[in-house]
Design a protein around this ligand. Structure first.
Ligand SMILES: Cc1cc2nc3c(=O)[nH]c(=O)nc-3n(C[C@H](O)[C@H](O)[C@H](O)COP(=O)(O)O)c2cc1C
Length: 418
């Protein structure tokens, strides 16, 4: 299989695994602890069924969506992912360009390798800036000022990394600062010569350029990464930090990593405009619910007072459609875009976006819906007792026990509405 013959995001994942050293692929792929949340994120989507309606004219389908005052081509976007330049030099620029060409948003991580200013210049309408608050208030304030100066339209604060999590793949592989380049890691990396060549040609570990201004003159990429590690995570971050940023930042502001409806309500109370319902792709709290599981309650809590986005486990067009039915305006995804970048650079990222757009379009037609704006819970179906297969009577003639009615989750309609 090559880029041309890859037809879905799983294919892109296989290509990325081939092109990256194991230590790198595992860093992207892994989750916290036993990686149960990773699986839960996928399983949550499979709990839902889309119920098709036929004999409707679906010749034209419209995916456009308005997010934070801008019209995008589809209800999808690319999640922020730090260190992307390690998988593909200039991956941040490539993702920005692919997002611009597909007219979808790209959330640039503050832990990127390319600098915020150069990435925004590539796609001012498509690059949103994601930052973590650090231990240093003056750096937080400076990052916001830099975003204002760079003409960032939408600022996203990630709130779900109070401390580093237990990612056992990384620990076993020695993915930590300083890198332990064991002979085993080096030998395995040599099996991916294209990556090794690019890595060497671009000077090895890439600089986290956003952080260079805060490091001493002449600091190496390794020094800057070490300094970044002393600034984040910042366990003292609290609602006051958000309040201060809200006071300074006049444009659209979103929080990423919201999982509790009460936190969603508090964010709206402070004037936050958008929320990304997310468990960080299962990379932080392994015992966390799937983000899709929390979406209905968060939507019920804030209604239209905040624009809701969702990530964690989104891999199919039908996932996006299901999330839309449950109140998300758009879905974003992290690992798939990195698969694309690792496997094929900008063309790989573009292919990931194209695959998702095609799948969404096909699902819309299949369910008889001509516009993502029209998606609602009426397109969802849950099995009820009446629809479930009958139980077999015991063969010894004893009476069959009364079947308990299947109880769907409280926030899911038991039958189609339209
Ligand atoms: C390699 C990697 C790096 C990440 N870095 C960041 C980051 O810098 N900031 C952030 O808010 N989230 C980060 N995330 C989390 C993603 O933004 C997103 O929440 C998650 O990947 C969504 O799950 P998915 O990969 O299943 O789509 C990272 C995720 C991955 C896989």
């Amino acid at each position: 299989m090559n880029l041309k013959s890859a037809i879905n995001l799983e294919d892109m994942r296989v290509l990325a695994r081939r092109s990256l050293p194991r230590i790198a692929f595992d860093f992207i792929e892994g989750g916290a602890d036993d990686e149960l949340c990773l699986q839960r994120n996928r399983d949550a989507f499979s709990q839902y069924r889309l119920l098709p309606r036929y004999l409707r004219d679906v010749t034209r389908r419209d995916q456009t969506v308005r997010l934070f005052g801008h019209d995008y081509a589809s209800p999808i976007g690319i999640c922020p992912t730090g260190l992307a330049g390690l998988w593909r030099p200039d991956a941040d620029l490539m993702q920005a360009a692919a997002a611009r060409d597909a007219n979808v948003p790209f959330l640039l991580s503050s832990a990127s390798n390319n600098a915020l200013e150069e990435v925004v210049a590539v796609a001012p309408d498509h690059v949103w800036f994601q930052m973590y608050c650090t231990t240093q208030d003056h750096i937080n304030a400076d990052l916001v000022q830099r975003a204002i100066k760079a003409n960032v339209r939408t600022l996203v604060i990630s709130i779900d990394v109070p401390v580093n999590s237990n990612r056992e793949r990384n620990r076993r592989n020695g993915f930590a600062r300083p890198f332990r380049m064991t002979p085993k890691v080096v030998l395995e990396a040599l099996m991916h010569p294209a990556w090794v060549l690019r890595y060497l040609r671009t000077g090895g570990v890439p600089m986290m350029k956003n952080w260079k201004p805060y490091a001493p003159e002449g600091a190496s990429a390794g020094d800057v990464a070490d300094m970044y590690g002393t600034l984040t995570p910042a366990p003292m971050v609290n609602w006051d930090h958000i309040r201060r940023i809200r006071d300074t930042w006049k444009g659209p502001l979103a929080l990423k990593g919201i999982m509790h409806p009460d936190d969603a309500i508090e964010a709206v109370r402070l004037g936050v405009d958008g929320l990304v319902v997310s468990n960080h792709g299962g990379r932080q709290l392994d015992a966390s619910p799937a983000s899709l599981e929390m979406l209905p309650a968060i939507h019920a809590a804030v209604g239209d007072r905040a624009e809701l986005l969702l990530d964690s486990g989104v891999r199919r067009g039908s996932d996006v459609v299901i999330a839309r039915c449950l109140g998300a305006k758009a879905c974003i995804f992290g690992r798939p875009s990195l698969y694309g970048a690792a496997a094929g650079g900008q063309a790989g990222v573009a292919q990931v976006l194209r695959i998702m757009q095609k799948e969404i379009d096909m699902v819309l037609a299949q369910i008889g819906c001509t516009s993502v704006e029209a998606l609602d819970r009426g397109y969802l179906w849950q099995p009820t007792a009446a629809h479930a297969a009958p139980q077999h009577a015991p063969s010894d003639g004893t009476p069959r026990p009364e079947r308990a009615p299947a109880t769907p989750p409280a926030d899911v309609p038991v039958a189609p509405i339209n």
